[in-house]
Design a protein around this ligand. Sequence first.
Ligand SMILES: Nc1ncnc2c1ncn2[C@@H]1O[C@H](COP(=O)(O)OP(=O)(O)O)[C@@H](O)[C@H]1O
Ligand SMILES: O=C(OP(=O)(O)O)[C@H](O)COP(=O)(O)O
Length: 403
Amino acid sequence: MTTFRTIDDLEPERRLLVRIDVNAAVEDGVVQDDRRFARHAETIRELLADDHAITLLAHQGRPGRETFVSLEAHADLLADHLDRPVAFVADTDGDEALEAIDTLEPGDVLLLENVRMCDDELPEEAPDVKAETDLVQTLAPAFDAYVGDAYSASHRSHASIVGFPRVMDAYAGRVMEQEYTAITAVREREFDGPVTMILGGTKAEDTIPILECLDDTVDRFCLGGVVGELFLRADGHDVGYDVADTSLFDHQWDAYQADVTRILEADRDRLSLPTDLAYEADGGERAETALEGVSKERPFLDVGSETARRFAEFASDSAAVFVKGGLGVFEDERFADGTVAVLTTIADANCFSVVGGGDTARAIELYDLDEAEFSQVSIAGGAYVRALTGDPLVGVEALEREQ
Ligand SMILES: Nc1ncnc2c1ncn2[C@@H]1O[C@H](COP(=O)(O)OP(=O)(O)O)[C@@H](O)[C@H]1O
Ligand SMILES: O=C(OP(=O)(O)O)[C@H](O)COP(=O)(O)O
């Protein structure tokens, strides 16, 4: 199905420039989430088995934000995952970087500094423009080939994503290949049987476009989380408390009320809304209520057990299930029941399954579910949503053109 070359097509012992995405939550300089490291380590291990000399290019955060930090600690974390040294140089395309690249032997791994610290990387421009930047023109001649593995950044028209493939022999890494293949299958509906999508979480801006564009692809949408509450409100129920004054609900209700109402009216038969919800009782324990008992005066933090059972049933009867957004605040064990019930059912069922969205995929790790039981656990957030909604991914297109 893919139209790009993959690392299977590489000759051994090449000098490779490999773009990975280990962008993560960082607190006090410490990386909080190593899932992307684990995934890219698989690609790098395969490349090492073929004796390539590997230079890695990656970003962290955005200029001006607290998470915009050096990649020095990322090199150590990657080394832990690879169980071998990863050299680091605090430079991207200057003399220090070029010297470090020059001395690499087959089997060596080097990580360059946060590529967003180089001015050429960020402004979103056409691939041809990015290919002309000093960053690309300086680094490209030092390598035999480019490997694009940063699927989760492939919606960004940045130099390291779209510039290098313009001027180099380019290949897709394993992460790129697997994510692309699984998510394309969603859009092309390659399934024999009902397709269910479980949508939750907090971001209506992600969810509404999915509901609007997957018309022929999905037979049933099960809605939970804050997104489910927006639909319940549109259906006349008294829900929508802003958790800890975050404006999480009111703000989105103002912005999406018209869309939610229109989608509900047009597509009610395909939408399954919660019929019960869970909340924190006075003693701190989990309690549940049917819709008749809901009130805006309290936050609802999970779908109720009747809803979870119904959603799980839809999932187990499906040929394919896609998940985006948790059904409740699953980080708190008391309110993880809905999310975990559905994920466990999918893991046990014999269906094609994709779990996407940065936060949602964490639930699999938090509750010790076996990642291997899912067809794909995506490490992409924005790119996953864009691919689902049919938006082209410039980083994928850049690799395809090189065919
Ligand atoms: N009813 C709810 N109230 C507040 N937060 C919720 C609720 N249901 C789910 N969430 C939160 O939604 C988050 C995941 O949603 P979101 O960030 O939209 O998805 P993703 O990052 O996976 O794309 C979780 O961290 C969870 O705590
Ligand atoms: O983490 C990323 O995006 P995501 O949080 O939408 O998955 C990518 O590394 C892209 O980062 P950016 O949104 O700062 O361009």
